[in-house]
Design a protein around this ligand. Structure first.
Ligand code: ADE
Ligand code: ZN
Length: 335
């Protein structure tokens, strides 16, 4: 199979997206439109100027722009429009199921109520289910650069919504904010029946992945790239069938890898890790699901079987029921 055929095969496969920050799907055009609609001052005069600002040398560089971009999201309608645009874009890539992150603290600290943000997001998720059968889970992330107390306050604000929130996650500036800082609030979330995921090993050391496993007791690992520096950790992740939500274009844009040809995705698969492909913050990193597949297929010696495994892993690592997983896996075999 040529690389071109493999890219087409990947595009046609049913897939799940497991690592997507909804605020990171805010395209420059929508950012500009919402700034005008809501009369929010932004330091850019055009869509082109916004796009030109998307050059990052590390995670923090990106986060500074990402939090600034969020400032245009004020009303329930804004969150609905943002989410609907992403779901339509994901659908075009044959994404059949999404597990979406949102960052409530990025909004409440600007005076936007928790309920406004989550209502807009949930309305879009229900509409996508009704209109085109896309299923979704919602994961509320805690910002790790803030104190654990603030995460507890966020969990309290979520109390009335817990039947519509599937899990909690941990994101934002990794180095200096280890998972151990959030052990208590993750335990509280677990006691409320929520699934647990955490970003670890993106910029942080393998020890942070150990902490996420041992102290947070995560159900899924976001990124996890630096796990490969620790052989015992790799063996453990493989034995536990831990899903890694890998984000190739994000890794390139944030300089986690210097060149896509050095990306660890193929090595992860060869080490029997349950790796998946995801877009993280697609509007900032230059591509959605199929763009990520295209980038790794072009740069790495991935086989047809590898590509199929990546699509299978996305459903196996999801929080869908066993019956729903079986149906999606059967659909993969038909392509
Ligand atoms: N928030 C949004 N995208 C993120 C990433 N890739 N790492 C940490 N926090 C994030
Ligand atoms: Zn992320």
């Amino acid at each position: 199979m040529t690389k071109q055929d493999l890219v087409a095969y990947a595009a046609a496969l049913p897939k799940a997206e497991l690592h997507l920050h909804i605020e990171g799907s805010l395209e420059p055009e929508m950012l500009f439109k919402l700034a005008q609609r809501n009369k929010v001052d932004i330091p850019f005069k055009s869509v082109e100027e916004i796009r030109a600002a998307y050059e990052f040398s590390n995670l923090q560089d990106f986060l500074d722009i990402y939090y600034q971009g969020m400032s245009v999201l004020l009303s329930e309608e804004d969150f609905f429009d943002l989410t609907m645009a992403y779901l339509n874009r994901a659908r075009a890539d044959n994404v059949r199921h999404v597990e979406i992150f949102f960052d409530p603290q990025g909004h409440t600290e600007r005076g936007v109520p928790f309920d406004t943000a989550i209502s807009g997001i949930l309305t879009a998720l229900s509409m996508a289910k009704a209109q085109f059968g896309m299923t979704a889970k919602l994961i509320m992330c805690f910002l790790r650069h803030l104190p654990e107390e603030d995460a507890f306050a966020t969990l309290k604000q979520a109390e009335n919504w817990l039947d519509r929130i599937d899990g909690v996650g941990l994101d934002s500036s990794e180095v200096g904010h280890p998972p151990s800082k959030f052990a208590r609030v993750f335990k509280a979330a677990s006691e409320r029946g929520l699934k647990l995921v955490a970003h670890a090993g993106e910029e942080g050391p393998p020890d942070y992945v150990h902490e996420a496993l041992d102290l947070l007791e995560i159900d899924r690992l976001d990124h996890g790239n630096r796990s490969l520096e620790d052989d015992a950790l790799v063996a453990r992740l493989a034995a536990e069938e831990m899903t890694l939500t890998v984000c190739p274009l994000s890794n390139l844009k944030l300089c986690v890898v210097d060149d896509m040809r050095e990306h660890p995705l193929k090595r992860m698969l060869d080490l029997n890790l349950r790796a998946t492909v995801n877009s993280d913050d697609p509007s900032y990193f230059g591509g959605y699901m199929n763009d990520n597949f295209k980038a790794v297929i072009e740069a790495l010696p991935l086989t047809r079987e590898d590509v199929k495994t990546l699509a299978r892993n996305s459903f196996l690592g999801s929080f869908l029921s066993e019956g729903e997983k079986r149906a999606q896996l059967a659909a993969i075999d038909l392509v």
